[in-house]
Ligand binder design. Structure first.
Ligand code: FAD
Length: 467
């Protein structure tokens, strides 16, 4: 019998965990099935550390977990999956040189995650930057430092003020963590660059008017209080209506001079999901509580890309978090193995254990098992949780040393200069490999890619017939 071929798409929390568990399970059962993981990157990105990377507090290498090292026995293909043929049981993917490859599978696990949700805001795709990749986090850090340097020598006062103004849009935990880290970076800049206190403006824009809805009103209020004391300005009930290179216009007509716009205002499922033509719920692939795609034997999905029923709450789907994606990865491994006759399948059932939010020096909020914590206690829990959750000892060690270094020394404000603005565009991020257009001039290609991204984001966010 030829070996069964299992293809896993995406090396995020769900895909990584599924590949790791599944290869172990198959080995234990003496199976010769081949597990192949296809992803445009050769690592698992531990996204909760991205705000710290952007704020210059953590080295990006330690937010990434190498697949080669952590997934022995798994065949790794570095490529982007463009399409899946469910009737022929095959998929097409593109490598870094845009060569197309076709792969057959007997079992398919779709875990391609999500992309930033852009909405139709003129100038956003061109001038805004997200926080979904190490390139984007590094770019933000380098760009902000470069703007501070330019502000120091800019003789035009209005322009200099705009260079020292940072706008973050979206106040879920990731947006709030980002502004807290940038705030810590700004306070070092005030000292190192000789700015006056209050010279650096940090503005958090949130349309819904609610800060971190994941954490409840009490911790949100405490966070707002601390961030306001640190100089963050909150603009609620508005969002961006236009973005230009040197300013943004809000929906209430306010103009803010700025050269830095970070867009952390929600995600939509990977465009691959819409490309499959399968039924979706809120743009995410419809799956059963056993993570199988109904009607397609041998096809499974999980993580941000899938609408996994939350069996602990009626008519709800699990939120797009790493906590759920990792645990879904485990169930995916078990159920794929069960479909091959090894062990038994089970449904995905997980009650949220709570959220931890690191908010810069000396402060965090957390609600583990519904216990409301803030300040140092929350900071301790938050750091301990991340050290436990990063799935590699060398990363744990390095991140812990980084935490210690940040306690003992001031964080360095250097722009290393490798972060190209073009690599940090939404359309160049790792979950959305640009289309093959190597022959086009760069500007034209970037414009075409931005359009593709915008269309994919709109398409995924629009309610489909199956929603
Ligand atoms: C800044 C930030 C901070 C966050 N902080 C937290 C936190 O503190 N706690 C928490 O629980 N959650 C957090 N999240 C959310 C969490 O990152 C996601 O819910 C989680 O990553 C989802 O896991 P996933 O495996 O579904 O997708 P992802 O982790 O996004 O992985 C998707 C993978 O698929 C790959 N891929 C995409 N498209 C394709 C394709 N077509 N072909 C092949 N491969 C593809 C990508 O490159 C990636 O490797 C944060 C997110 C961000 C952006």
């Amino acid at each position: 019998m030829p070996p069964v071929r299992i293809a896993i798409v995406g090396s995020g929390f769900a895909g990584f965990e599924c590949a790791r568990r599944l290869s172990k399970l198959l080995r234990r059962h003496g199976s010769n099935a081949v597990v192949t993981l296809i992803s445009p990157v050769d690592y698992l990105l531990y996204t909760p550390l991205l705000p710290e990377v952007a704020g210059g507090a953590t080295d990006p290498r330690f937010a990434t977990v190498p697949l080669n090292d952590r997934l022995p026995g798994v065949q790794l293909i570095r490529a982007y999956v463009d399409s899946v043929d469910l009737s022929q049981r095959s998929l097409r993917c593109r490598d870094q040189e845009n060569m197309t490859h076709e792969l057959s599978w007997d079992r398919l696990v779709l875990t391609p995650g999500s992309i930033s949700r852009l909405f139709d805001i003129p100038g956003l795709a061109e001038h805004g930057r997200g926080l979904k990749s190490t390139a984007q986090a590094l770019f933000l850090r380098d760009h902000i430092i470069e703007q501070f340097e330019l502000a120091r020598i800019d003789e035009n006062r209005e322009r200099a003020a705009a260079r020292k103004t940072i706008v973050v849009v979206g106040s879920s935990y990731s947006g709030t963590e980002l502004i807290a880290q940038l705030c810590a970076m700004a306070s070092v800049a005030v000292h190192d660059f000789g700015f006056e206190p209050g010279d650096v403006r940090l503005i958090l824009v949130e349309r819904s008017g609610r800060l971190m809805p994941e954490l409840g009103p009490e911790l949100a209020a405490r966070t707002e209080q601390v961030l306001k004391r640190r100089g963050v300005q909150f603009l609620t009930g508005v969002t961006l209506s236009r973005v230009a290179a040197d300013h943004v216009i809000l929906t209430d007509g306010t103009r803010i001079g700025t050269y830095t716009v970070a867009w952390v205002a929600g995600v939509v499922a990977s465009p691959l999901i819409a490309a499959t033509g399968l039924p979706t719920v809120k743009g995410r692939l419809k799956v059963g509580s056993d993570l199988r795609v109904p009607g397609f034997d041998g096809v499974f999905a999980g993580g941000d890309a899938a609408a996994v029923p939350d069996v602990t709450k009626p008519n709800a789907i699990t939120p797009p978090t790493a906590q759920h994606a990792t645990r879904q990865g485990k169930v995916l491994a078990r159920n794929v193995a069960a479909s091959l006759g090894y062990g038994s399948a089970r449904e995905y059932r997980h009650r949220d254990l709570g959220t931890v939010v690191d908010l810069g020096p000396g402060f965090a909020v957390a609600n583990p098992l519904n216990i409301q914590l803030s300040g140092f206690a929350a900071k301790f829990v938050t750091r301990l949780y991340h050290l436990y959750a990063i799935p590699r000892n060398a990363n744990r060690w390095a991140v812990a040393l980084g935490y210690l270094t940040n306690i003992l020394f001031v964080r360095p404000l250097v722009s290393i200069g490798f972060a190209q603005p073009s690599w940090a565009r939404f359309s160049a991020s790792e979950e959305f490999m640009p289309a093959p257009s190597a022959m086009q001039p760069l500007d034209e290609q970037m414009y075409a890619d931005d359009l593709r991204y915008q269309e994919a984001s709109d398409r995924a966010a629009a309610p489909s017939q199956s929603d």
